[in-house]
Design a protein around this ligand. Structure first.
Ligand SMILES: [Zn+2]
Length: 448
């Protein structure tokens, strides 16, 4: 498709490029699966699922992809499946992932794609605690909290449209970094729940886990672990708490439920030995994971030298750790060491071939090294594996611009501008479209 220059208005040009990104959010009055009551729900079940399928892979990849420890990944999935059949929506396409990210978190998308990180897996001590965390996420899916929050207009337009305004903020922060994925890595595609949602998810989690044969002690243990960690290392839980508000009240509620309604279930399975056995491989590199956590926090605070020390230590313990290698590549980029960054991103790609996040970072490293064709090839590969990330469109536009392919670059910039019109990237993209005559500058005093 060829865009005709100058004759097109900005709106027309933007409309020409690429497929529409709009998510179908048609719903209506639906029965809440948990309460059985009819309620207004703008997000239909099929929309919940399609939104989930569209976004979960991006988030999972940004969290360094699925654990390469197949036995542990399988175990987590089996525990989740035991609970899923006990839920109010047993037929949802549940998917229980374990991810390489080191920070402490668990999250779910509205169609039932959920994940736990290595950080939280390392923090827990028995299978009942794992059942509790998965039960809680299942609670969010079953009570349809994302759909509810969208219906009430509590999720930002960015989240509704499947793109993220956080790109701008996040990107300004990491302008010099090779993150390149906008806010996706920070969980920007996930819903922020209310305290009421959390209470309901906890109650449902407790119900599902006990029905699946686990002791309610697991929920109490989980809350205790999270509260303790929050007191000692609040930064580690920042992301988890930003989507799941946490309080000592939740611990007290779990305790009361265990001593009251679920008292008879207290003697059910804790599964400490099995959990310890399954997570033995993770515990062997616990030192590395802790150092990765330190490194990630240092990166967030832009203390790159400090991050370098932590990542070096982590790689000394676990030299073939994909998350470690890729984090090191980003850190080297932040320090302006492009050659070193390239070396680490190549090693990351060799230990986890095809994982899209590394491909994206490779593109950013090439871009910084002014290897525009290599950068474009990487972004195209990423876009094929995980389509629809506006941030990729922007960076690909930059690569194409570097290659002198103005028309293709303009198309990519226009694609980006359809997703977001705020931030430095948007200003750059907009300015190029003006410079190249695709759009007219807005008249003075008429801000667009
Ligand atoms: Zn929650």
């Amino acid at each position: 498709m060829t865009a005709t220059r100058s004759a097109l208005s900005r709106r027309q040009f933007i409309g020409l490029s690429g497929a529409t990104a709009a998510v179908t959010v048609v719903g209506g009055c639906a029965t809440n699966p948990v309460t059985g009551r009819r309620q207004l729900m703008f997000l239909s079940e099929s929309a919940e699922i399609s939104m989930d399928k569209e976004r979960a892979p991006h988030q999972f990849s940004a969290d360094y992809g699925a654990l390469q420890d197949a036995r542990l990944a399988q175990y987590v999935s089996e525990v989740g499946s035991k609970l899923a059949v006990k839920t109010h929506r047993p037929d949802m396409p549940y998917d229980f992932q374990s991810l390489n990210a080191s920070y402490v978190n668990a999250y779910t998308f509205p169609g039932g794609s959920m994940a736990v990180t290595r950080g939280i897996l390392l923090g827990m001590e028995n299978e009942a605690e794992l059942a509790a965390v998965l039960g809680h996420e299942l609670g969010h899916v079953n009570a349809r909290h994302t759909a509810q929050r969208m219906t009430k207009g509590l999720l930002s337009q960015a989240i509704v449209a499947g793109v993220t305004m956080y790109i701008a903020e996040e990107h300004e922060k990491y302008a010099s970094l090779a993150y390149g994925l906008g806010g996706i890595g920070a969980g920007a595609l996930l819903a922020r729940y209310s305290r009421g949602n959390e209470r309901e998810a906890d109650a449902l989690g407790m119900e599902y886990m006990t029905q699946a044969g686990y002791s309610p002690q697991g929920m109490v243990g989980l809350m205790d672990m999270l509260n303790g960690l929050h007191k000692r290392k609040p930064d580690l839980l920042q992301r988890m708490f930003s989507s799941h508000p946490m309080s000592s009240e939740r611990y007290a509620d779990a305790m009361a439920a265990m001593n009251g309604k679920y008292n008879v279930a207290r003697s059910l399975l804790l599964g400490r030995e099995r959990y310890m056995d399954m997570t033995a491989g993770l515990r062997k590199i616990e030192g590395a994971i802790k150092l990765l956590q330190d490194g990630d926090l240092a990166m967030m605070k832009q203390k790159f030298d400090q991050a370098l020390v932590a990542y070096t230590g982590a790689l000394r313990i676990a030299p073939k750790d994909y998350a470690g290698l890729l984090s090191m590549a980003k850190c080297q980029m932040a320090l302006g060491k492009k050659k070193e960054a390239q070396r680490f991103v190549e090693r990351a790609q060799s230990v986890y071939p095809g994982e899209p996040h590394a491909v994206h970072v490779a593109g950013m490293v090439s871009l910084a090294s002014r290897q525009f064709a290599a950068a474009h090839a990487a972004f195209a590969a990423y876009d094929k594996a995980l389509p629809g990330n506006p941030s990729t469109a922007f960076h690909d536009g930059t690569a194409l611009e570097g290659m002198g392919r103005k028309e293709d670059a303009a198309r990519r910039y226009a694609h980006y501008l359809r997703a977001t019109q705020q931030g430095k990237e948007a200003r750059h993209a907009h300015q190029r479209l003006i410079d190249w005559g695709y759009i007219k500058p807005a008249p003075a005093g008429h801000a667009e």
